[in-house]
Design a binder for this molecule. Structure first.
Ligand code: UT7
Length: 341
């Protein structure tokens, strides 16, 4: 089995900043409510001509640039998204085309907020087994394309953006410090699928004038139920993945949680007994970018120079589906010559 290490990261956030006050102009809401109940101050909205694949391409290009690699050095591209450019083909294929890559196979993962951790686990398996050598794993969302701007309970929560990681298969003999991705905890509960979903637009209810009238092609959420399940499940999968790795919460340098609600993150953090400084937060600036929150968070750690070789990271997420996942990894890229040839 190969080791699987992270070689570089990237992110893209649209320029347009939308404050909470923006929503108070046309909805019965306030900056105070949104900040207090969610931790969100502002979010980014993509422009009308800015596609999901454009954002994913920007994040992926940054990964390649930072690694000093060409597009064709990658043989796998996975995009986690629920707001792809088209229902088919996969947004990952448009990203492949934009990058000018001709050597990868590519596909999307549809697991909402669980998407990035799911995609990471798939890439891990393909690289560890030797099927692929180098992967771009992208989380990219244009949530504004499926938001109901008449529903104050959902539209204030989400934002647009993309993040990406470049993973590489490494021979364990070339990785004496043992850097890389180590463990996952993953799960799904389809019985609660309708608690957070986009009811129309697929083959069960294809787009129609009727679906437009009932706002069926937008995000619908039973917020409270999602909230309680998110706290319960994230508590469990974080503890489980840390135990699997043989550590205690205190041993973990960085926690990178999905950013759905600061109160959910605080609750998990307090249960672990960890200070705020160990938790990556970007919900205040970007809102919930669904599958992009975790790679954006990792990239922020990277560009803020907060990551050191050997540091222990735990990623955790919960979202629509319901889907959930946690990952334990040790940051670092082995010395030259260690990576995929
Ligand atoms: O990333 C995918 C996973 N998503 C999540 O994990 C989201 C989980 N859910 C949540 O984060 C929270 O449930 C919300 C932020 C969505 C809502 O917060 P809450 O404290 O659970 O509020 P609630 O749904 O219980 O609603 C309380 C009140 C209601 O009014 P009434 O019925 O008590 O009069 C809502 O209508 O707050 C009202 N409300 C708002 N008020 C002002 C809901 N949204 C807003 C709003 N502004 N934007």
């Amino acid at each position: 089995m190969n080791n699987v290490v992270i070689r570089s990261s990237g992110r893209y956030l649209p320029e347009k900043v939308i404050s909470n006050d923006h929503f108070a102009q046309f909805l019965d809401t306030s900056d105070e409510w949104i900040q207090e109940r969610t931790g969100i101050r502002e979010r980014r909205f993509a422009g009308p001509d800015e596609k999901n694949s454009d954002m994913g391409t920007a994040a992926a290009s940054q990964c390649l640039e930072r690694a000093g690699l060409a597009a064709d050095d990658v043989d796998l591209i996975i995009c986690a998204t629920v707001t792809g450019d088209r229902i088919f083909p996969a947004t990952a294929n448009f990203i492949q085309e934009n990058l000018g890559n001709h050597s990868a196979w590519s596909f999307d993962v549809n697991a909402a907020c669980g998407g990035f951790v799911y995609a990471l686990s798939i890439a891990y398996g393909l690289l560890a087994s030797g099927i692929n050598k180098r992967a771009l794993v992208i989380g990219s969302e244009k949530m504004t394309s499926i938001l109901d701007f008449t529903d104050r309970a959902t539209c204030v929560l989400f934002g647009d953006g993309a993040g990406a990681l470049l993973l590489e298969a490494v021979d364990p003999a070339d990785n004496p410090q043992g850097f890389g991705i180590k463990h996952f905890e993953l799960g799904t509960d389809g019985s609660l699928a309708y608690k957070l979903w986009q009811p129309d637009g697929g083959s069960a209810h294809p787009p129609s004038p009727d679906s437009l009238l009932r706002h069926g092609h937008y995000v619908h959420m039973s917020g409270r139920e999602v909230y309680t399940n998110a706290v319960r499940k994230m508590d469990q999968i974080v503890e489980d993945v840390i135990a699997k790795a043989g550590f205690t919460p205190e041993d973990i340098d960085w926690y990178v949680p999905h950013q759905a609600n600061k109160r959910i993150i605080d609750s998990v953090r307090e249960r672990l007994g960890m200070p705020e400084e160990r938790f990556v937060l970007n919900i205040d600036r970007y809102g919930n970018t669904t599958s992009a929150t975790i790679p954006i968070g990792i990239d922020e750690l990277y560009t803020d120079n907060k990551l050191a070789d050997g540091q222990k990271l735990v990623l955790m997420t919960f979202g629509a589906g319901f889907t959930w996942g946690s990952t334990y990894l040790e940051w670092g890229y082995p010395p030259a010559g260690g990576g995929a040839k």
